[in-house]
Design a protein around this ligand. Structure first.
Ligand SMILES: [Zn+2]
Length: 156
């Protein structure tokens, strides 16, 4: 099966995320609103440049990882800092209104993430996260990919 990467950004909205945007004046987060977010496109572009082949949104895998490198048994999640609660990140603030609502929502997101990562691990996949704020900063993205990718290997 070819792993050719399509650059087209089809907008597959996630059902059940319609309430996103209710309070997005200060917290406009593309995180889960779309399966093809800008941070994800940035990561895809960089991986492509480095010569890695990958597949997108394998729905047959737990958590439907954003990027999958089958040969390396590697799943990459490009996570929005707000929705997935990037610890210590300025983008992961809690909205002042409806605090309980947000906290329970975030808790569920974190649990869902943790479950997906551990299920992947049980199936022999390595699950890694690249945060939105890393993806948006070329230097940090480089560092993150260096940390994640197999050393000295630039193509499949
Ligand atoms: Zn962050």
């Amino acid at each position: 099966m070819s792993a050719a990467v399509s650059q087209s950004a089809g907008n597959t909205s996630l059902v059940g995320q319609r309430w996103v945007g209710r309070d997005d004046r200060h917290h406009r987060q593309p995180g889960q609103a779309s399966k093809h977010t800008e941070p994800e496109l940035l990561v895809r572009r960089e991986l492509h440049r480095l010569g890695f082949r990958f597949r997108l949104h394998r729905r047959d895998l737990p958590g439907s990882p954003d990027l999958v490198l089958p040969r390396h048994r590697l799943c990459i999640f490009v996570n929005g800092c707000f929705w997935h609660r990037h610890s210590g990140c300025i983008r992961a603030s809690i909205p002042k209104t409806n605090r309980l609502f947000w906290e329970s929502k975030f808790e569920k997101n974190k649990e869902r993430d943790a479950r997906a990562y551990s299920e992947l691990s049980l199936r022999g996949w390595r699950a890694v996260v690249i945060w939105e704020c890393e993806a948006r900063n070329p230097r940090r993205l480089q560092a993150a990919l260096l940390r994640i990718l197999p050393p000295g290997e630039c193509s499949e």
